[in-house]
Design a protein around this ligand. Sequence first.
Ligand SMILES: *Cc1c(COP(=O)(O)O)cnc(C)c1O
Length: 458
Amino acid sequence: MTRKYMAEPFKIKVVEPIAMTTREQREEAIKRAGYNTFLLRSKECYIDLLTDSGTTAMSDNQWAGMMLGDEAYAGSVNFYQLEGAVQDLYGFKHVVPTHQGRGAENLLSQIAIKPGDYVPGNMYFTTTRAHQELNGANFVDIIIDEAHDSASEHPFKGNVDLNKVKALIEKVGAEKIAYICLAVTVNLAGGQPVSMQNMKELRALTQPLGIKIMFDATRCVENAFFIKEREAAYADKSIREIVKEMFSYGDGATMSGKKDCLVNIGGFLAMNDDMLYQKATQLVVLYEGMPSYGGLAGRDMEAMARGMYESVDYYYIKHRVEQVRYLGERLEEAGVPIVKPIGGHAVFLDARRFLPHIDQDQFPAQALAANLYVEGGVRSMERGIISAGRDKQGNNYHPKLELVRLTIPRRVYTYAHMDVVADSVIELYKQRDSIKGLEMIYEPPVLRFFTARFQPLV
Ligand SMILES: *Cc1c(COP(=O)(O)O)cnc(C)c1O
């Protein structure tokens, strides 16, 4: 069947041929990769939906900006372009560039967390929580319960449950809360947005107590698009206005430029507080570089600044979110269990419902990702028990959500590619009873999902 969609608001100037592989080649490749899609070579993948991180196609305008890289050690022109873009579009006063988002997380966690502090967050993100915990923080999940239910149709499943915040404040005291980490959108909940109303209320609750809100701003433009679509008061506001208002309810942000800033590498830490900024500039020289380049070349900062302006274009973001939705709706029509509502950057397959015969300790999402690769050459990733890792006592977290993420790179694939992905998943769903669980045969101590190895259970 055909469905209506918004065609690409761009045309293609450069093409990259992609590998066509046989089923036999893919069976060989996934075995060699230890049934972990992270360990496949990109040349072995036909459609690579591992991540939307750094996989963006840059525009001709960004590439032109790359030629204007001012590779001075200090005070590069491009740093001021980036700083200006952050001030103009996001409204934060200070900017420290970092090599990517986790570089900013490292700096923020070190300067803002004291051992024994609490960092509440609307669900966790892998590297974000790892940095917080490395600096002695206790992570507390304050997302609404609906976020943990893959079938809930709540329009803002990324929202913070204010009662959970109040309960934490009562239990530990405001002074033990380093800051609230507010992710927009929430990656691990399925790319789910936070409403403007919720941000306002969180701000009203925490500001009088002196508790800071630090955004994980990674997908802020996608969040803004959902606000425009779903929050009546914002229907006539521009994406740019919405983004700016969102950040007015916080004190700073960590940013992975590899997502909504439309670049292949880069990130930054932004904040309003002068003292915190001073601390960040002291630390950045140890881990990244001078405060005016932070691990990036001048050309990278220029591309990021230009990407930020392109990202708030209405037609860009509308196409982006709707292309993801198209894939999700095709799967839904075929009865494939996915996380609802369909998020901003990815479609998440619900491996619990897809493979009810596989116990969570036999890694159903990992098994599904491996099988999808063999089926259609489509690379996806596990977001379930393996990604969740182990607690401080060494026990596996058992997250409610056991998902496979099909992440759509920005401006890279066409609707025809989305159809190939949908057809492969639907085919696999028909044969789901034949899919077997996995056994983990190598487990690294941290962020195990990147390099763990598996073998199929017989
Ligand atoms: C990617 C990501 C990060 C980390 O950013 P990197 O650029 O990969 O280091 C942090 N938070 C979220 C929600 C992300 O998706």
